[in-house]
Design a protein around this ligand. Sequence first.
Ligand code: PEP
Ligand code: MN
Length: 362
Amino acid sequence: MKLKSISQFLNVQKPILISGPCSAETEEQTIATAKQIAATGKVHALRAGIWKPRTRPGQYEGAGDVGLQWLVSAKKETGLPITTEVANAAHVEAALKAGVDILWIGARTTVNPFSVQEVADSLKGVDIPVMVKNPVNPDLELWIGALERLSKAGITTMAAIHRGFSSSEKGPFRNLPMWDIAIELKTRFPELEIICDPSHISGNRDLIAFISQKALDLDMAGLMIESHINPDAAWSDAKQQVTPSVLGKIVSELVVRKPDSENKTFKDTLGLLREQIDHLDDEIMQKMAARMKISEKIGQYKKENNVTILQVNRWEEIIKTRVALCKAMGLDEGFTRDLLRLVHHESIQVQEKVMNKTEVKV
Ligand code: PEP
Ligand code: MN
């Protein structure tokens, strides 16, 4: 994929800040929100949903085409470039006609290749910047697939928006951040800017600052934060929206760290610490290889004695003793359990191979 960045398009220093209401509700609300966020001096583009993908029917589904004119007026009043969500060819046509500067594809659209292809096809010959939210399910290939469909249609300026993933887990977040997926996307496409959407990850305004800081510390290129002149009265996503003044406060308290430093002492010290890490990683891997060799022998021995691979008691014993030991050494319990599960899984695979001469990885 050939990519130009949204920060270049907007001609701003990272982190980029996009803000505005979840939905454009009325002309007054759209323009007042735009004016107040512009007055913070921190926002680079105005967002507002015009066509809203709601989970249940009967909820506010957006102002439709008329709302585009409110966005255009807000741009005239503030000078802020405008961005909205498109989900089909009719949306694209209306948004282009109105003069929207940047489009985005929502999470519930990214999940459907037919819809993404329809949007991509309707953009042929128009090189407008497009931001692609992650699909609602944690499927990196689907996210990349959407970006590729747009790229093939000739879109060159793109960004990804990380807005978290649906889950039945009842945790503190509306959508699980699953940062690893965003990190993997960044690793695969270093040129692609990723903008974090802490509002849809949090679902709750109290967590926005925390998620925003974490995103910046993971070197994300910017933030998309929902704001509203009267959040509690918002017609969609009321709990997660903040007033423009709270937005200004959150943003001014964020610590923006640089991705690297040219400072010699920093580089030398980091180099030494990384040498230690490299050395320890070598040791861990050697020990791991030695451990698997023993698993292989155990597999052979169990085979000769016609004994099953799994002995639940032994597995429980391993978990209990290792978790206690690692806890005493200050390691996180969740991490220890995850690591043990991975090692145990591989050990079973190795024994399975010896016992049944199979190559199938499950
Ligand atoms: C939105 O940005 O208001 C929205 C509908 O988000 P998502 O596509 O992330 O659900
Ligand atoms: Mn929203």
